[in-house]
Design a protein around this ligand. Structure first.
Ligand SMILES: [Zn+2]
Length: 142
């Protein structure tokens, strides 16, 4: 968990307008082009991770900043209007995310979270981080 937070923290935090790009799709295409193979939205895993790399036992979530309360950008704030509606809803999402990550980790999965704002702002930076995550520890020593 700490590692994940550190990675989020160190990531280039920039402001985002939510555009009409589909950041998750962009990431998928980039990874596919690089030769990574993965499954999508596996329902049998906690939190239905967006990208699943079974052989590496790694998963990636691509989180929308608003719905998942990205703490490091503007999109991830609880709206002031109708706060009584949004607050419990969004806090519940965040709770659910934390639980999913904990369960995955407990059963031996490594988890990486990509935030949409990072992805739409600086895809190549995100891609580097993702590659590092995917390739880490995957080479076997003879
Ligand atoms: Zn964000």
């Amino acid at each position: 968990m700490d590692k994940l937070n550190a990675e989020q923290r160190s990531a280039n935090m920039r402001r985002i307008r939510s555009g009409d790009t589909a950041p998750e799709k962009v990431l998928r295409q980039l990874l596919h082009r690089l030769g990574y193979r993965f499954r999508l939205h596996r329902k049998d895993l906690p939190g239905n991770p967006d990208l699943v790399f079974p052989a590496r036992r790694k998963v990636i979530f691509v989180h929308g900043c608003f719905w998942h309360l990205h703490q490091e950008c503007r999109e991830g704030r609880i709206p002031q209007s109708r706060r009584e509606y949004w607050e419990p809803k969004l806090l519940r999402n965040r709770e659910r995310d934390a639980r999913a990550i904990a369960e995955l980790t407990r059963s031996g999965w490594l988890v990486f979270v990509v935030w949409e704002c990072e992805l739409s702002k600086n895809p190549s930076h995100v891609l580097l981080g993702v590659q590092k995550f995917l390739d880490r520890g995957s080479r076997r020593l003879p």
